[in-house]
Design a protein around this ligand. Structure first.
Ligand code: GLA
Length: 708
């Protein structure tokens, strides 16, 4: 076994150090090292001193830091067997290595545990995947408490970009100084959650969209999780993610193994945009994530805000007419189509078409949608059951619960215990039956409550199993219906993670379609997730979730940053609005290939009220840029926008695709380029930039750049 082994991608190097029989550690993760000799000189160079009042041996941060070796931070593994084996000293047994993969096997004979650590570095994007597994090789049960994937980061990292949110306010961010102690986040909601999503960026103070050294982390798990980012007393800095296990949740019998979810991580020496692009490109390139099944991402119409539970044939047909006339390509029947579902209090679980609303089933509507040239999609919330439903009346024991305790309902519903075979089969059969019977191209898969008292019918905690069975359900349905596209929705963006993206093709970002709020939400989303899977719908003014009014231009251009759809009741549009939206949909279709396949970037702006984002094609010959003034500019004359992602020596035609129809009294004389195409080189656009006009709050200018 070599003392040093290097994982290498196109642009970076990770060096793994093996010290005798201890668990290896990462001693370097950063810019590519091209001319190095990893020999005993490097050993001497990195050897650490032993300070006074410390242990007499050096204790380094390994890939699984162990309390039993004198590690005083959060140990990688916590568990116990018959009150013993509560700590470990693993011995390295084997390490298989090539320049993109590393498999480490360690055994602790005293604790009767076998540990595997797997690292994979994607050559193209530099995205690192790491996961661990632990096997009980003894005969007593091992009660696992916590098993964290651990990665060290450079100790110069002293700022965190953390992610938070709530319903209708997802993916928001906060900067936090990271100088001492631990930053801990815990999600106990049983889904990826709105509030403690397992995303994190750590980097050198002041890292920005285009500058600074940083590491991004994304824990791919749709259940409970714990994040621990610690500054240790020896100055080391580590980031740990684990599945948050509830008491007694994982008890390993003889020869049983627990696998951690995967942690995905990316390093960037040039700010957040490079990190985002590494993740986006990785998701697009990897075969593990399911691909879009149509050539283009179809423009959606979703019935929720237009009709809520009030489904009548006349209104739905009228919506179909108007939607297709606008150029919409997929019509999605949201909540309200199944037995007893006339409001949120009843019906979930009874997945039979409601004959009162649809006397001849769904075919008349589906046929009509198809004659209008659109695809049909449908909403399900399969993991749930209302207390007022036949399913619950017949099988009250099928829900997650703790017997003897009263459980609070959430949106009047319980969560079905998917580890119960009968319940699982019932759900699969019901969804499958609808998908078999009708020509359905798309499923919006919803999940509208957090888990509470997640006990199975033996009274044992079942969050882990619930998540695994949820994946299994989707996997089976994907297999049986390979042409159907699935969307992950959980009261908006409550289930947005890389693991769910192995089974779904789109994320419903948020129930909020107020464009001002959407800028916060969509920007946060874009750090880890690509724009083509970001459901972004045009909604009414005032917005149903905020009552804020906004212009049609601001609403539609904001939705065009992602995968465009419509939530607004298209029957209530004026003729003029209809005309405008038709043109916008045409514009979107013209550029969607670029928007959905190019590299997304966010520009650094001086004005914190100005968001500017764009997408540039892989060959850099073309780009679109949204300049979004959210509230009034800070200064009387705004800044110049500079775009550092074009080809320096290429000349671009700068063409304004859209701007607000009227500008207020704010501006006496506008900038000339708004009315006349100009031609500038990539270098000028990067170094000098283009002067912005004085923009009104909540307005957008959309610009196109194309190589001349
Ligand atoms: C959730 C979703 C909405 C809608 C409703 C239907 O709130 O996020 O988009 O589908 O459920 O009940």
């Amino acid at each position: 076994m070599n003392e040093f082994n290097a994982l290498e991608s196109k642009n970076l190097t990770i060096i793994i150090h093996t010290n005798g029989t201890e668990i290896p550690s990462i001693i370097y993760w950063g810019k590519k090292i091209n001319n190095s000799i990893f020999d005993s000189n490097l050993s001497l160079a990195i050897k650490r001193p032993i300070p006074q009042a410390f242990l007499d041996e050096d204790v380094k941060v390994s890939l699984l830091p162990e309390e039993g070796r004198g590690f005083y931070g959060n140990p990688g593994l916590k568990g116990v067997s018959c009150r013993k084996s509560w700590t470990t000293q693993f011995q390295l047994q084997d390490m298989k290595f090539d320049s993109q993969n590393c498999n480490i096997k360690c055994i602790d004979k005293t604790a009767s545990l076998e540990l595997l650590i797997n690292l994979q570095l994607d050559y193209e994007t530099g995205v690192l995947q790491i996961s661990n597994s632990i096997k009980n090789i003894g005969s007593n049960e091992y009660d696992l408490h916590d098993f964290a994937v651990t990665l060290p980061v450079d100790r110069s990292s002293n700022e965190l970009l953390s992610f938070k949110g709530r319903w209708i306010h997802e993916f928001t961010t906060e900067r936090i100084n990271w100088n001492f102690g631990s930053y801990v986040r815990e999600n106990r909601k049983g889904r990826t959650s709105h509030d403690n999503i397992p995303y994190l960026v750590v980097g050198n103070k002041g890292f920005s969209e285009s500058k600074g050294e940083l590491y991004g982390f994304h824990f791919a798990w749709s259940g409970n999780n714990r994040l621990n980012a610690s500054v240790l007393s020896d100055g080391s800095k580590i980031v740990q993610f684990s599945e948050l296990l509830l008491p007694g949740e994982i008890v390993l019998g003889k020869n049983e193994t627990y696998h951690t979810p995967k942690l995905y991580a990316a390093y960037s020496s040039e700010g957040l945009n490079v990190m985002s692009n590494s993740f986006h490109t990785f998701l697009r390139n990897s075969d593990e994530f399911i691909k879009f099944k149509r050539k283009d991402r179809l423009v959606h119409f979703n019935t929720w805000e237009a009709v809520y539970f009030d489904h009548t044939a006349k209104t739905l047909n009228d919506l179909v007419d108007k939607a297709s006339d606008l150029g919409i390509e997929r019509f999605i029947l949201d909540d309200g189509w199944f037995n007893g579902r006339n409001g949120e209090k009843a019906g979930l679980g009874d997945w039979y078409v409601d004959k009162n609303k649809y006397p001849q089933g769904l075919n008349p509507l589906i046929n009509y949608v198809q004659t209008k040239g659109m695809e049909f999609g449908i909403w399900f919330e399969p993991e749930m059951v209302n207390s007022d439903s036949d399913l619950f009346r017949n099988h009250p024991d099928w829900v997650l619960q703790v017997s003897g305790y009263k459980q609070p309902l959430g949106r009047y519903q319980y969560v079905i215990d998917l580890s119960n075979n009968e319940a699982f089969n019932y759900i699969f059969e019901r969804v499958d039956c609808i998908l078999e019977e009708y020509e359905i191209g798309y499923v919006k898969w919803d999940m509208n409550r957090d888990l509470c008292q997640p006990g199975n019918n033996c009274g044992i905690v079942s969050v882990h199993s619930q998540v695994k069975y949820f994946y299994r359900l989707l996997k089976l349905l994907n297999k049986k219906h390979p042409d159907i596209e699935f969307e992950s929705c959980a009261s908006g963006g409550g289930r947005a993670d890389f693991e769910v993206l192995k089974y779904t093709n789109r994320i419903w970002t948020s129930d909020c379609n107020d464009p001002l709020e959407r800028h916060l939400i969509q920007k946060g989303f874009s750090y880890f997730l690509p724009q083509e899977i970001m459901g972004a719908h045009f909604g009414p003014s005032p917005a149903h979730t905020t009552m804020r009014e906004s212009s049609l231009q601001f609403r539609i251009l904001t939705s065009m940053i992602g995968h465009l759809g419509f939530e607004q009741n298209v029957l209530t549009l004026s003729d003029n609005e209809r005309k405008q939206l038709k043109e916008y949909i045409k514009l979107y279709k013209k550029y969607r290939n670029l928007i959905h396949n190019g590299d997304f970037f966010r520009l650094d702006t001086d004005d914190t009220n100005l968001n500017a984002y764009g997408v540039v094609s892989k060959d850099k010959n073309e780009a679109v840029l949204w300049i979004c003034q959210l509230v009034l500019p800070e200064f009387q004359i705004p800044e110049k926008v500079r775009i550092p992602y074009l080809n320096n020596n290429v000349e671009y035609i700068v063409n304004v695709l859209d701007k607000p129809e009227n500008m207020s009294f704010n501006m006496k004389k506008t900038t000339d380029w708004l009315a006349k195409n100009i031609e500038l080189t990539g270098e000028i656009l990067e170094k000098i930039g283009i002067q912005l006009p004085v923009m009104d709050p909540e307005s957008i200018i959309l610009i196109h750049f194309v190589a001349n």
